[in-house]
Design a protein around this ligand. Structure first.
Ligand SMILES: *[C@@H]1O[C@H](CO)[C@@H](O)[C@H](O)[C@H]1NC(C)=O
Ligand SMILES: *[C@@H]1O[C@H](CO)[C@@H](O)[C@H](O)[C@H]1NC(C)=O
Ligand SMILES: *[C@@H]1O[C@H](CO)[C@@H](O)[C@H](O)[C@H]1NC(C)=O
Length: 380
Protein backbone atom coordinates (compact mmCIF):
# COMPACT_ATOMS: atom_id res chain seq x y z
CA UNK A 1 0.00 0.00 0.00
CA UNK A 2 2.89 2.33 0.57
CA UNK A 3 4.34 2.32 -2.89
CA UNK A 4 1.45 4.05 -4.71
CA UNK A 5 1.30 6.69 -2.03
CA UNK A 6 4.98 7.42 -2.35
CA UNK A 7 4.61 7.48 -6.08
CA UNK A 8 1.80 10.00 -5.86
CA UNK A 9 3.78 12.17 -3.50
CA UNK A 10 6.74 12.22 -5.85
CA UNK A 11 4.49 13.07 -8.77
CA UNK A 12 2.92 15.91 -6.80
CA UNK A 13 6.34 17.28 -5.90
CA UNK A 14 7.40 17.08 -9.52
CA UNK A 15 4.33 19.08 -10.51
CA UNK A 16 5.27 21.79 -8.00
CA UNK A 17 8.86 21.77 -9.17
CA UNK A 18 7.82 22.23 -12.78
CA UNK A 19 6.17 25.56 -11.90
CA UNK A 20 9.43 26.80 -10.47
CA UNK A 21 12.27 28.99 -11.75
CA UNK A 22 10.77 32.45 -11.35
CA UNK A 23 7.32 31.29 -12.31
CA UNK A 24 7.99 29.22 -15.40
CA UNK A 25 9.77 25.91 -15.79
CA UNK A 26 11.07 26.95 -19.21
CA UNK A 27 13.36 29.43 -17.45
CA UNK A 28 15.11 26.75 -15.37
CA UNK A 29 17.71 25.96 -18.01
CA UNK A 30 18.36 29.60 -18.84
CA UNK A 31 21.37 31.31 -17.38
CA UNK A 32 20.65 33.89 -14.72
CA UNK A 33 21.99 36.48 -17.17
CA UNK A 34 19.56 35.44 -19.92
CA UNK A 35 16.40 36.17 -17.95
CA UNK A 36 14.55 39.47 -17.47
CA UNK A 37 13.35 40.60 -14.04
CA UNK A 38 10.88 43.27 -13.01
CA UNK A 39 12.83 45.57 -10.72
CA UNK A 40 11.47 48.19 -8.37
CA UNK A 41 13.24 51.52 -8.16
CA UNK A 42 13.54 52.45 -4.46
CA UNK A 43 11.69 49.27 -3.62
CA UNK A 44 11.45 50.12 0.09
CA UNK A 45 9.90 53.55 -0.52
CA UNK A 46 6.25 52.54 -0.20
CA UNK A 47 5.28 54.57 2.83
CA UNK A 48 2.75 57.36 2.46
CA UNK A 49 5.05 60.08 1.30
CA UNK A 50 5.58 62.45 -1.60
CA UNK A 51 8.97 60.84 -2.10
CA UNK A 52 7.50 57.30 -2.38
CA UNK A 53 8.25 55.36 -5.56
CA UNK A 54 6.01 52.38 -4.86
CA UNK A 55 2.50 51.79 -3.57
CA UNK A 56 3.11 48.29 -2.20
CA UNK A 57 5.67 46.98 0.23
CA UNK A 58 8.48 44.59 -0.61
CA UNK A 59 6.66 41.43 0.48
CA UNK A 60 3.72 42.32 -1.78
CA UNK A 61 6.20 43.11 -4.55
CA UNK A 62 7.71 39.63 -4.16
CA UNK A 63 4.26 38.05 -4.20
CA UNK A 64 3.38 39.97 -7.35
CA UNK A 65 6.52 38.83 -9.17
CA UNK A 66 9.05 41.61 -8.67
CA UNK A 67 12.51 40.01 -8.60
CA UNK A 68 14.91 42.98 -8.51
CA UNK A 69 15.01 45.49 -5.66
CA UNK A 70 16.87 48.80 -5.65
CA UNK A 71 17.65 49.76 -2.06
CA UNK A 72 19.38 52.81 -0.54
CA UNK A 73 21.66 52.34 2.45
CA UNK A 74 21.66 55.24 4.90
CA UNK A 75 22.76 55.99 8.42
CA UNK A 76 19.76 56.54 10.70
CA UNK A 77 18.96 60.23 11.17
CA UNK A 78 19.10 59.91 14.94
CA UNK A 79 19.78 57.42 17.69
CA UNK A 80 22.74 55.19 18.29
CA UNK A 81 21.72 52.28 16.09
CA UNK A 82 24.50 50.89 13.94
CA UNK A 83 21.91 49.43 11.63
CA UNK A 84 21.77 50.33 8.00
CA UNK A 85 18.51 52.18 7.44
CA UNK A 86 16.49 52.16 4.21
CA UNK A 87 15.85 55.81 3.40
CA UNK A 88 15.13 57.99 0.39
CA UNK A 89 17.58 60.87 0.00
CA UNK A 90 17.60 61.43 3.75
CA UNK A 91 16.15 59.51 6.66
CA UNK A 92 14.34 62.67 7.68
CA UNK A 93 12.41 62.63 4.37
CA UNK A 94 11.48 58.96 4.05
CA UNK A 95 12.63 56.27 6.47
CA UNK A 96 11.51 52.71 5.77
CA UNK A 97 13.22 51.27 8.82
CA UNK A 98 16.28 49.14 9.45
CA UNK A 99 17.66 46.92 6.73
CA UNK A 100 17.61 43.84 8.93
CA UNK A 101 13.80 44.02 9.15
CA UNK A 102 13.40 44.05 5.38
CA UNK A 103 15.99 41.31 4.83
CA UNK A 104 14.22 39.15 7.42
CA UNK A 105 10.95 39.49 5.49
CA UNK A 106 12.69 38.68 2.23
CA UNK A 107 14.30 35.61 3.78
CA UNK A 108 10.92 34.31 5.01
CA UNK A 109 9.40 34.81 1.59
CA UNK A 110 12.30 33.02 -0.11
CA UNK A 111 11.99 30.12 2.34
CA UNK A 112 8.34 29.80 1.39
CA UNK A 113 9.11 30.13 -2.33
CA UNK A 114 12.12 27.89 -3.01
CA UNK A 115 12.02 28.27 -6.80
CA UNK A 116 12.59 32.03 -6.88
CA UNK A 117 15.79 33.96 -7.50
CA UNK A 118 16.11 37.66 -6.67
CA UNK A 119 18.59 40.51 -7.03
CA UNK A 120 19.30 43.38 -4.64
CA UNK A 121 20.92 46.56 -5.95
CA UNK A 122 22.51 48.78 -3.32
CA UNK A 123 22.99 52.47 -3.54
CA UNK A 124 25.60 52.77 -0.82
CA UNK A 125 24.66 56.29 0.12
CA UNK A 126 26.67 56.52 3.34
CA UNK A 127 29.65 54.41 2.27
CA UNK A 128 29.06 51.40 4.46
CA UNK A 129 31.72 48.72 4.45
CA UNK A 130 30.96 45.17 3.31
CA UNK A 131 31.29 44.09 6.95
CA UNK A 132 28.53 46.51 7.94
CA UNK A 133 26.25 45.00 5.32
CA UNK A 134 27.31 41.56 6.49
CA UNK A 135 25.95 42.25 9.93
CA UNK A 136 22.36 42.79 8.72
CA UNK A 137 22.59 39.94 6.23
CA UNK A 138 23.73 37.57 8.97
CA UNK A 139 21.19 38.67 11.56
CA UNK A 140 18.35 38.21 9.08
CA UNK A 141 19.58 34.77 8.08
CA UNK A 142 19.60 35.69 4.39
CA UNK A 143 23.41 35.49 4.25
CA UNK A 144 23.09 31.71 3.83
CA UNK A 145 21.27 32.34 0.54
CA UNK A 146 23.61 34.73 -1.25
CA UNK A 147 25.12 33.77 -4.58
CA UNK A 148 28.81 34.50 -5.15
CA UNK A 149 29.85 35.17 -8.73
CA UNK A 150 33.35 35.64 -10.12
CA UNK A 151 33.98 38.52 -12.52
CA UNK A 152 34.31 37.32 -16.10
CA UNK A 153 32.69 33.92 -15.56
CA UNK A 154 29.42 32.78 -17.07
CA UNK A 155 26.41 33.00 -14.79
CA UNK A 156 24.82 29.69 -13.72
CA UNK A 157 21.33 28.59 -14.73
CA UNK A 158 18.44 29.52 -12.50
CA UNK A 159 18.08 25.81 -11.69
CA UNK A 160 21.67 25.59 -10.36
CA UNK A 161 21.12 28.56 -8.11
CA UNK A 162 17.85 27.07 -6.88
CA UNK A 163 19.45 23.67 -6.27
CA UNK A 164 22.23 25.33 -4.25
CA UNK A 165 19.64 27.46 -2.43
CA UNK A 166 21.80 30.48 -3.24
CA UNK A 167 19.11 32.62 -4.72
CA UNK A 168 20.01 36.17 -3.72
CA UNK A 169 22.34 38.12 -6.01
CA UNK A 170 23.73 41.33 -4.50
CA UNK A 171 25.23 44.33 -6.25
CA UNK A 172 26.54 47.50 -4.66
CA UNK A 173 27.30 50.70 -6.57
CA UNK A 174 30.34 51.67 -4.49
CA UNK A 175 32.38 50.13 -1.70
CA UNK A 176 32.55 46.49 -2.78
CA UNK A 177 35.68 44.78 -1.52
CA UNK A 178 36.34 41.16 -2.43
CA UNK A 179 39.53 40.97 -0.38
CA UNK A 180 38.26 41.61 3.15
CA UNK A 181 37.09 38.04 3.52
CA UNK A 182 39.03 36.75 6.54
CA UNK A 183 38.01 39.56 8.83
CA UNK A 184 34.50 39.62 7.48
CA UNK A 185 34.04 35.85 7.78
CA UNK A 186 35.34 35.80 11.32
CA UNK A 187 33.01 38.55 12.36
CA UNK A 188 30.01 36.71 10.95
CA UNK A 189 31.05 33.39 12.37
CA UNK A 190 31.64 34.76 15.84
CA UNK A 191 28.10 36.01 15.84
CA UNK A 192 26.65 32.74 14.65
CA UNK A 193 28.79 30.25 16.52
CA UNK A 194 29.33 32.06 19.79
CA UNK A 195 32.97 32.72 19.17
CA UNK A 196 34.05 29.37 17.82
CA UNK A 197 35.87 29.78 14.54
CA UNK A 198 34.39 27.97 11.59
CA UNK A 199 36.18 28.45 8.34
CA UNK A 200 33.61 26.50 6.40
CA UNK A 201 30.87 29.09 6.58
CA UNK A 202 29.90 29.56 2.94
CA UNK A 203 29.48 32.77 1.02
CA UNK A 204 30.32 35.67 3.27
CA UNK A 205 28.52 38.72 2.01
CA UNK A 206 31.88 40.49 1.63
CA UNK A 207 32.52 38.49 -1.53
CA UNK A 208 28.90 38.16 -2.53
CA UNK A 209 28.36 41.92 -2.38
CA UNK A 210 29.45 42.35 -5.98
CA UNK A 211 30.65 45.60 -7.47
CA UNK A 212 27.65 46.29 -9.69
CA UNK A 213 29.57 47.82 -12.56
CA UNK A 214 31.80 44.76 -12.93
CA UNK A 215 28.69 42.84 -13.96
CA UNK A 216 25.94 45.23 -14.98
CA UNK A 217 25.54 48.52 -16.83
CA UNK A 218 22.61 50.89 -16.64
CA UNK A 219 20.78 53.24 -18.99
CA UNK A 220 20.20 56.84 -17.75
CA UNK A 221 18.06 57.19 -14.62
CA UNK A 222 17.33 60.85 -14.09
CA UNK A 223 14.59 61.14 -16.69
CA UNK A 224 12.15 64.05 -16.78
CA UNK A 225 10.12 63.23 -19.90
CA UNK A 226 9.48 60.47 -22.43
CA UNK A 227 12.34 61.51 -24.67
CA UNK A 228 14.74 60.75 -21.81
CA UNK A 229 14.11 56.99 -22.02
CA UNK A 230 17.08 56.23 -24.24
CA UNK A 231 19.28 53.18 -24.75
CA UNK A 232 22.72 54.51 -23.98
CA UNK A 233 25.20 53.32 -21.36
CA UNK A 234 25.10 55.79 -18.48
CA UNK A 235 26.83 53.88 -15.66
CA UNK A 236 29.59 52.87 -15.66
CA UNK A 237 31.13 55.20 -18.22
CA UNK A 238 32.72 53.26 -21.10
CA UNK A 239 32.62 49.76 -19.60
CA UNK A 240 35.37 47.51 -20.90
CA UNK A 241 33.17 44.42 -21.12
CA UNK A 242 29.88 45.92 -22.22
CA UNK A 243 28.98 42.98 -24.46
CA UNK A 244 29.23 40.40 -21.69
CA UNK A 245 27.48 42.45 -19.02
CA UNK A 246 23.87 42.24 -17.93
CA UNK A 247 22.03 45.55 -18.00
CA UNK A 248 19.41 47.60 -16.21
CA UNK A 249 16.89 49.53 -18.30
CA UNK A 250 15.78 52.38 -16.08
CA UNK A 251 12.24 53.47 -16.85
CA UNK A 252 10.85 55.79 -14.21
CA UNK A 253 9.87 59.39 -14.52
CA UNK A 254 10.66 62.31 -12.29
CA UNK A 255 9.02 65.68 -12.02
CA UNK A 256 11.37 68.48 -11.18
CA UNK A 257 10.49 71.01 -8.55
CA UNK A 258 12.57 74.10 -8.01
CA UNK A 259 12.09 75.78 -4.70
CA UNK A 260 14.18 78.21 -2.73
CA UNK A 261 16.92 77.58 -5.26
CA UNK A 262 16.87 73.87 -4.53
CA UNK A 263 16.01 71.42 -7.30
CA UNK A 264 13.88 68.54 -6.06
CA UNK A 265 12.96 65.60 -8.27
CA UNK A 266 9.81 63.74 -7.32
CA UNK A 267 8.23 60.47 -8.50
CA UNK A 268 5.23 60.78 -10.80
CA UNK A 269 2.43 58.42 -9.75
CA UNK A 270 -0.11 60.45 -11.74
CA UNK A 271 1.61 59.56 -15.01
CA UNK A 272 2.43 55.95 -14.34
CA UNK A 273 -0.22 54.39 -16.57
CA UNK A 274 1.50 56.03 -19.50
CA UNK A 275 5.05 55.56 -18.24
CA UNK A 276 4.54 51.83 -17.64
CA UNK A 277 2.52 51.22 -20.81
CA UNK A 278 3.70 49.14 -23.69
CA UNK A 279 3.86 52.34 -25.76
CA UNK A 280 6.49 53.74 -23.39
CA UNK A 281 8.10 50.89 -21.41
CA UNK A 282 7.73 48.43 -24.27
CA UNK A 283 9.07 50.92 -26.76
CA UNK A 284 12.22 51.47 -24.74
CA UNK A 285 12.64 47.72 -24.24
CA UNK A 286 12.40 47.03 -27.97
CA UNK A 287 14.81 49.87 -28.71
CA UNK A 288 17.34 48.64 -26.11
CA UNK A 289 17.02 45.01 -27.24
CA UNK A 290 17.78 46.13 -30.76
CA UNK A 291 20.59 48.49 -29.69
CA UNK A 292 22.39 46.06 -27.37
CA UNK A 293 21.48 42.83 -29.16
CA UNK A 294 19.83 41.25 -26.12
CA UNK A 295 16.95 41.87 -23.73
CA UNK A 296 17.46 44.05 -20.67
CA UNK A 297 17.87 41.88 -17.57
CA UNK A 298 16.30 44.38 -15.25
CA UNK A 299 13.42 46.67 -16.16
CA UNK A 300 13.42 49.16 -13.30
CA UNK A 301 10.13 50.94 -12.68
CA UNK A 302 8.17 52.97 -10.17
CA UNK A 303 4.64 51.83 -9.20
CA UNK A 304 5.17 48.44 -10.87
CA UNK A 305 1.50 47.43 -10.60
CA UNK A 306 0.43 49.95 -13.23
CA UNK A 307 0.53 49.57 -16.98
CA UNK A 308 1.82 46.60 -18.95
CA UNK A 309 4.91 45.70 -16.90
CA UNK A 310 4.25 41.98 -16.45
CA UNK A 311 2.82 41.48 -19.94
CA UNK A 312 6.04 42.90 -21.31
CA UNK A 313 8.17 40.78 -18.96
CA UNK A 314 6.45 37.59 -20.14
CA UNK A 315 7.06 38.47 -23.74
CA UNK A 316 10.71 39.33 -23.05
CA UNK A 317 11.21 35.96 -21.36
CA UNK A 318 9.24 34.10 -24.03
CA UNK A 319 6.72 32.73 -21.55
CA UNK A 320 2.94 32.89 -21.48
CA UNK A 321 1.56 35.86 -19.61
CA UNK A 322 -0.76 34.76 -16.83
CA UNK A 323 -3.10 37.55 -15.82
CA UNK A 324 -3.18 38.17 -12.10
CA UNK A 325 -4.38 40.71 -9.59
CA UNK A 326 -1.46 42.85 -8.46
CA UNK A 327 -1.24 44.54 -5.10
CA UNK A 328 -2.71 43.66 -1.76
CA UNK A 329 -3.28 46.16 0.97
CA UNK A 330 -2.35 49.58 -0.21
CA UNK A 331 0.36 51.10 1.94
CA UNK A 332 0.22 54.58 0.45
CA UNK A 333 -2.66 57.00 0.59
CA UNK A 334 -4.12 58.07 -2.72
CA UNK A 335 -3.21 61.68 -1.97
CA UNK A 336 0.16 60.77 -3.33
CA UNK A 337 -1.25 61.00 -6.85
CA UNK A 338 -1.21 64.75 -6.38
CA UNK A 339 2.52 64.89 -6.95
CA UNK A 340 3.72 67.18 -9.70
CA UNK A 341 1.97 66.69 -13.00
CA UNK A 342 4.34 68.65 -15.19
CA UNK A 343 8.01 69.34 -15.20
CA UNK A 344 7.45 72.14 -12.74
CA UNK A 345 4.92 72.65 -10.06
CA UNK A 346 4.12 76.18 -9.17
CA UNK A 347 4.41 76.90 -5.50
CA UNK A 348 4.45 80.36 -4.11
CA UNK A 349 6.49 80.94 -1.05
CA UNK A 350 5.63 84.17 0.62
CA UNK A 351 2.24 85.80 1.10
CA UNK A 352 -0.10 82.93 1.70
CA UNK A 353 2.55 80.27 1.64
CA UNK A 354 1.80 77.04 -0.15
CA UNK A 355 -1.86 76.93 -1.06
CA UNK A 356 -4.43 74.23 -1.45
CA UNK A 357 -4.78 70.77 -0.01
CA UNK A 358 -1.15 69.95 -0.68
CA UNK A 359 -0.01 72.47 1.91
CA UNK A 360 0.62 70.03 4.73
CA UNK A 361 2.35 67.55 2.52
CA UNK A 362 4.67 70.06 0.93
CA UNK A 363 5.33 71.73 4.25
CA UNK A 364 6.41 68.40 5.74
CA UNK A 365 8.58 67.69 2.76
CA UNK A 366 10.13 71.13 2.79
CA UNK A 367 10.70 71.03 6.50
CA UNK A 368 12.87 68.06 5.82
CA UNK A 369 14.59 69.52 2.79
CA UNK A 370 15.05 73.20 3.50
CA UNK A 371 14.40 73.40 7.20
CA UNK A 372 13.95 77.02 8.13
CA UNK A 373 12.20 78.10 4.95
CA UNK A 374 9.54 75.45 5.39
CA UNK A 375 9.06 76.30 9.01
CA UNK A 376 8.35 79.84 7.95
CA UNK A 377 5.86 78.61 5.34
CA UNK A 378 4.04 76.56 7.94
CA UNK A 379 3.78 79.59 10.19
CA UNK A 380 2.28 81.57 7.33
C1 LIG B 1 39.51 46.11 1.21
O1 LIG B 1 39.64 45.85 2.59
C2 LIG B 1 40.97 45.69 3.02
C3 LIG B 1 40.95 45.24 4.49
O2 LIG B 1 40.18 46.11 5.27
C4 LIG B 1 41.70 47.01 2.82
O3 LIG B 1 43.05 46.88 3.20
C5 LIG B 1 41.63 47.40 1.34
O4 LIG B 1 42.18 48.68 1.17
C6 LIG B 1 40.18 47.43 0.86
N1 LIG B 1 40.15 47.64 -0.57
C7 LIG B 1 39.35 48.55 -1.12
C8 LIG B 1 39.40 48.62 -2.61
O5 LIG B 1 38.63 49.30 -0.47
C1 LIG C 1 13.17 66.30 -21.67
O1 LIG C 1 14.17 66.00 -20.71
C2 LIG C 1 15.48 66.23 -21.19
C3 LIG C 1 16.42 65.75 -20.11
O2 LIG C 1 16.16 64.38 -19.83
C4 LIG C 1 15.66 67.72 -21.49
O3 LIG C 1 16.94 67.93 -22.00
C5 LIG C 1 14.61 68.14 -22.50
O4 LIG C 1 14.68 69.53 -22.66
C6 LIG C 1 13.21 67.77 -22.03
N1 LIG C 1 12.26 68.05 -23.08
C7 LIG C 1 11.13 68.69 -22.86
C8 LIG C 1 10.21 68.85 -24.03
O5 LIG C 1 10.81 69.12 -21.77
C1 LIG D 1 -4.37 53.87 -14.06
O1 LIG D 1 -5.27 52.97 -14.64
C2 LIG D 1 -6.08 52.26 -13.71
C3 LIG D 1 -6.86 51.20 -14.44
O2 LIG D 1 -7.52 51.75 -15.55
C4 LIG D 1 -6.96 53.27 -12.97
O3 LIG D 1 -7.75 52.60 -12.01
C5 LIG D 1 -6.07 54.28 -12.29
O4 LIG D 1 -6.86 55.28 -11.67
C6 LIG D 1 -5.10 54.92 -13.26
N1 LIG D 1 -4.15 55.72 -12.50
C7 LIG D 1 -3.85 56.96 -12.81
C8 LIG D 1 -2.89 57.65 -11.92
O5 LIG D 1 -4.31 57.54 -13.78
Amino acid sequence: MRTPLLFLTTAALAAVASAQCNGDSSLCTKKFSEVAYVTTHNAYASTSNTAANQHYDIVQQLTDGVRGFMLDAHKPSSGTSNDIELCHESCSILDAGPLVATLTKMKSWLDANPGEVITIFWENFDNFTPAQFQSSYTSSGISSMVWTQTVGQAWPTLQSMIDANQRVVNFVDTGANYTVAPWCVHKAVEKMNLGRANHHLPHPICQALHAEYDFVFETPFSVLNESGFVCTVDRPKNPANQNSMMYVMNHFLYGSLSIAGIEIELPQPGKVNTTNSDASLGLQERTCTSTFGRIPNYIAVDFYEAGDVFQLLASMNGVTYVEKQLGGTKTTSSSNSQATTGNKISITIGNGGIGGSDAGRWAAMLTAVVGGVAAWVIVM
